[in-house]
Design a protein around this ligand. Structure first.
Ligand SMILES: [Mn+2]
Length: 319
């Protein structure tokens, strides 16, 4: 159900060279990386199917499975026991079947006690990613912190249930992650329409738009996010749409929206969340490398994953 090179566009290599495993040989790994090369939920520019391979390989260092960090002084890959089981064998074009396959793999990983870390793929996959984790920890029991330019709370995908603009709506409606356990950071631009924003408020979602972030400062907003997400939840799922970052630093994505976070801001925030919260799952989505000849978007996503792991490793070492 997962593996390396199972599709023409799926990953051949593990994330920065961490040990290659299968779903059956995870053992006592603390974090399991997997890819979901699924982009048939996009509404505009496709190409995120190439994300899982690009994000794993985007690096100028050797793929030796070691990444000691200058700031933290630790190697999170070693501290946490990070392995990679390859990409879910999704079938191009089949949205609901792909969602089912991803959800089965993610919940099987979470059931071992490991933290699943999914590389997308378009944002459709957060419905099975966070849903699969909630299947293990209990519906209504986990919080979700969502970084994105877009709310992804659309009522429908051109009349259909699933697409990359609807996963947060489906998570709330299904009860997997209730609205009042949602925190969103970085929303901006011209979507969704006011009716949907009103629905989000009715659900109790805490959505920090860029205007509020600029006005109050990111640190104050993240303080609120940590408090909101930690209250009463068994753990937190982090979903990072790379388009939360300004297109200047993340041009390789399907629906770029000007005026986002800087790369530095996202990296620091993600590390802090890994340190301050009990992370039970994560995904990094919407990297579409064909729109970025310099490949800095995939490299940023690679570093976002490493910063999350660094924060989690700091928390683990602090006991
Ligand atoms: Mn999104």
């Amino acid at each position: 159900m997962t593996g390396f090179g199972t599709l023409s566009f799926s990953a051949r290599n593990t994330f920065v060279g961490v040990p290659m495993r299968t779903l059956e040989t995870i053992g006592d790994a603390g974090v399991v990386i997997l890819g979901a090369p699924f982009d048939w939920g996009t509404t505009y520019r496709p190409g995120a199917r190439f994300g899982p391979a690009a994000v794993r390989d985007a690096d100028y260092l050797e793929p030796d499975g070691r990444r000691p960090h200058l700031d933290t002084g630790i190697d999170p890959l070693e501290v946490l026991g990070v392995v990679d089981i390859g990409d879910v064998a999704v079938v191009p074009g089949y949205i609901e079947d792909g969602i089912d396959r991803i959800r089965r793999v993610v919940s099987a990983v979470a059931a071992t006690g490991a933290v699943p870390l999914v590389i997308g793929g378009d944002h459709t996959i957060t419905f099975p990613d966070a849903g699969g984790v909630a299947d293990v920890y209990g519906h209504g029991e986990i919080a979700l912190i969502h970084f994105d330019a877009h709310a992804d709370t659309g009522a429908s995908h051109y009349g259909m249930l699933h697409g990359h603009g609807t996963p947060m709506r489906r998570l709330i409606e299904s009860g997997a992650v209730p609205g009042d356990r949602f925190v969103q950071i970085g929303l901006r631009g011209y979507w969704p329409e006011p009716e949907t924003v009103a629905w989000m408020r009715q659900q109790g979602m805490r959505s920090f738009f860029m205007g509020e972030i600029v006005e109050r400062g990111l640190a104050a907003v993240v303080d609120d996010a940590v408090r909101h997400a930690a209250t009463g939840a068994r753990g937190v799922f982090i979903s990072v749409d790379i388009d939360v970052v300004d297109p200047a630093a993340a041009p390789g994505t399907g629906t770029p929206e000007p005026g986002g976070l800087t790369a530095r801001e996202l990296l620091d925030t993600i590390r802090r969340l890994g340190r301050d919260l009990q992370i039970v799952g994560a995904d990094v989505v919407e990297v579409a490398p064909v729109y970025d000849p310099a490949n800095i978007t995939a490299l940023l996503a690679n570093r976002v994953i490493l910063e999350l792991l660094n924060g989690m490793a700091q928390r683990s070492l602090a006991g």
